[in-house]
Ligand binder design. Structure first.
Ligand code: CMC
Length: 393
């Protein structure tokens, strides 16, 4: 079988060639299709960045308009989704709901199961996913709250519609605040892709078996759910709340994180690739301050977050291991200020990451990559004698 290299966690193994996202972990650079994350955050909308990631170029006006219109047309979901949602206990984690609903798209749109469809038809599945995922996300929330689901409204933009579906009630239409819309746009852009991370690799490997784009993205959602990946933003707020309830004793939690006998880790700290700083964290930290100021919200956990960051960055444990705040350290503070509940944070990450998963899946398909099938180094027995059950100890 030849020589097999062992690389736990694929720390040093390239699984593909990709032209989607460039990342320099030493210098803290992140670029999508050649454009810096700083500039995209400043100048683009989320759908523009989605189009860039999926199709490779910044769209002109006409392309962006037709992409946007098509996605809008797909925001409505089949009425049976009400019944499907009713079946979930109200305490179901919204990531579980989101991945389940993404999988059910195979039932309502089975044409996606044909791996040999022409690209134009694949595009329609892509736009369906982009249209329906925010509706699923908002409906997961209204289901948990036990309130009526909202339909998307035709006059609203992508992010505005999401906020409307989340927060409008029978009694009161949600008031769109441009500050909140822009903050959310930026947050989604910041999460839009991050090359071969755990969920993107999952999407590619599942897709490499010719599974449908819906099945592949559903797998990506499940991979993102874990607290070491997209679940970290939920973990950060829970940790900051806990520190606050514990009298704001930041040092105690730093020491816990350093203690090798304690499984606790500082959530929102450290990154597999960034070893100086996470450029997304830099942008988001500034934004957290600005959004809270603009919304007139004061949140004591922002002070705890800052103190935790300052203390950790001066501590030799974190310095030696090059552990810095990552994107999720401050994202939860913005989401909380917008009124999104903590359990919903990972689903917000999923909504942002969707175009990245799609771009990675599409690239894998267009590259005609072989089925993903890692090897192993076997360490078990090879020559045991079979014992009948009555003779086993
Ligand atoms: N708190 C305390 N110690 C840590 C932390 C942390 N947050 N992160 C890493 N370390 C230590 C780890 O114990 C190890 O120490 P030692 O060398 O003494 O054994 C060393 O740093 C290297 O860590 P690692 O786990 O080998 O590094 P990794 O590249 O496998 O893991 C990570 C990267 C992001 C999973 C990890 O840093 C972590 O668990 N962070 C907390 C969870 C988190 O914030 N995740 C969000 C990542 S960014 C969003 C995304 O893209 O998903």
């Amino acid at each position: 079988t030849g020589y097999i290299t062992l690389d736990y966690g694929f720390k040093n193994t390239g699984s593909t060639q990709s032209a989607v996202t460039f990342l320099d972990g030493e210098k803290g650079i992140l670029k999508h299709r050649g454009y810096s994350i700083e500039e995209l955050c400043e100048k683009s909308t989320f759908l523009e960045v989605a189009n860039l990631l999926i199709y490779g170029n910044l769209p002109n006006k006409a392309h962006l308009a037709s992409f946007t219109e098509s996605i809008k047309g797909y925001q409505l979901v089949h009425e049976n989704y009400r019944k499907i949602l009713e079946g979930f206990p109200s305490h179901t984690h919204p990531m579980g709901i989101l991945s389940a609903l993404a999988t059910t798209l195979n039932a309502f749109h089975p044409e996606a199961l044909d791996p040999h469809r022409p690209n134009e038809q694949v595009d329609l599945s892509i736009q369906k996913l982009m249209g329906k995922l925010p509706t699923f996300t908002a409906w997961a929330y209204t289901h948990a709250k036990g309130i009526a689901h909202n339909y998307p409204k035709s006059g609203l933009g992508y992010v505005e519609n999401f906020l409307h579906m989340m927060f409008s009630t029978k009694l009161k239409e949600y008031e769109i605040d441009p500050v909140i819309v822009r903050a959310l746009e930026k947050l989604l852009i910041l999460h839009a892709d991050h090359e071969q991370n755990c969920s993107a690799s999952t999407v590619r490997i599942v897709g490499s078996s010719n599974a449908s784009i819906y099945a592949s993205v559903a797998a990506g959602i499940n991979a993102l759910w874990g607290p070491l990946h997209g679940g970290a933003n939920q973990g950060v707020i829970q940790m900051l709340d806990e520190i606050q309830a514990d009298g704001g004793n930041v040092e105690k939690y730093i020491n816990k994180a350093k203690d090798k006998d304690d499984p606790f880790r500082l959530m929102g700290f450290g990154h597999r690739v960034y070893k100086n700083f996470d450029p997304r964290a830099k942008i988001i930290k500034k934004d957290a301050d600005a959004v809270l100021a603009k919304l007139g919200v004061s949140d004591p956990i922002l002070d705890i977050a800052k103190k935790l960051e300052e203390t950790a960055l001066q501590d030799s444990y974190f310095i030696e291991r090059k552990l810095f705040p990552n994107v999720d350290f401050y994202s939860g503070i913005i989401l909380k200020a917008i009124g999104i509940p903590t359990l919903m944070f990972p689903v917000m990450f999923a909504m942002g990451r969707l175009p990245g998963w799609i771009a990675q899946w599409k690239e894998m398909r267009e590259n005609k990559e072989p089925i993903g099938r890692p090897r192993q180094i076997y360490t078990g027995n090879t020559d045991l004698e079979y014992k009948p059950i009555e003779m086993r100890s």
